[in-house]
Design a binder for this molecule. Structure first.
Ligand SMILES: C[S@@+](CC[C@H](N)C(=O)[O-])C[C@H]1O[C@@H](n2cnc3c(N)ncnc32)[C@H](O)[C@@H]1O
Length: 243
């Protein structure tokens, strides 16, 4: 079965306007094409639990796009850690073509699909990487290598910060996408964020147009290099999360 998400284009445009996010002219059409490929491939591979086209627009595209209303991504180097089917990274790249994007995930099948999807959509400047976040962060060129790291729905904030902050240059940002009930996580994460070289900035709540839900962005500024020894091995991170 093939899918046509071009009827979503007006909803995408309205949502971007409501968020105050500017788009290249072909942005909404490219997003619709991406959504169609996503739903098509989802029939044979587990890529998303969200299959209703309106919800794909609201909870995938517009949720991802909201980050562009928080900070300027133009010409930035960006890594999306645990990108899955490409969220939030791919919508960011479609809506801000000047950014240079790395999509990283530990599941090879998803990464191979992302590669072919980016080729089909003609998205250049995107590197798709099959790797574990905690291992890749130790590699030269990756450690302290990005202006911005983003991540959604991958792990608790303390685990996520250990996985993501090492990628960020001093002065850069790690943006963790969370729900509004992240208060407890936030309280727990404060100390470990500073241990890893970060500084929590005020949380930023945003309403997703059309969806009637509010999500929370937890921005972390990297203020000093992440100490050697982080991220630790996965078994260690899981067994004893930083406190
Ligand atoms: C629930 S999915 C979220 C995908 C996407 N970020 C989204 O919001 O739709 C979590 C993804 O993180 C990846 N993942 C989990 N732990 C990882 C790790 N240590 N390194 C790299 N990828 C990881 C999984 O393979 C999966 O694709």
């Amino acid at each position: 079965m093939t899918f046509d998400l071009t009827p979503q284009i007006p909803r995408i445009r309205r949502g971007l306007d409501a968020l105050g996010v500017r788009s290249p002219q072909n942005g909404p059409a490219l997003l619709a094409q991406y959504g169609a490929l996503l739903l098509e491939q989802n029939q044979v591979m587990n890529l998303t639990a969200i299959t209703d086209p309106d919800q794909v627009t609201d909870l995938h595209f517009l949720d991802s796009a909201a980050l562009l209303a928080y900070t300027d991504f133009s010409t930035k180097t960006v890594i999306d850690v645990g990108t899955g089917a490409g969220f939030p990274g791919v919508p960011l790249r479609i809506l801000e073509p000047s950014l240079s994007l790395t999509l990283l995930d530990s599941l090879g099948k998803r990464v191979h699909w992302l590669e072919s999807m980016c080729e089909t959509l003609g998205l250049d400047g995107v590197t798709c990487l099959h790797a574990r976040a905690e291992e890749q962060a130790l590699q030269p060129g990756f450690r302290d290598g990005f202006d911005i790291a983003v991540s959604r729905a991958v792990a608790s904030l303390e685990v996520l910060t250990e996985l993501c902050l090492p990628y960020v240059k001093v002065g850069g940002l790690f943006l963790a996408m969370k729900s509004v009930d992240a208060r407890e996580e936030l309280d727990r994460a404060g100390r470990c964020v500073s241990k890893l070289g970060g500084q929590l900035l005020p949380a930023w709540d945003y309403a997703i147009p059309g969806a009637g839900v509010t999500h929370r962005l937890i921005p972390i500024r990297k203020v000093s290099p992440t100490p050697k020894g982080f991220p630790r091995r996965w078994a260690k991170i899981q067994k004893s999360p930083l406190v």
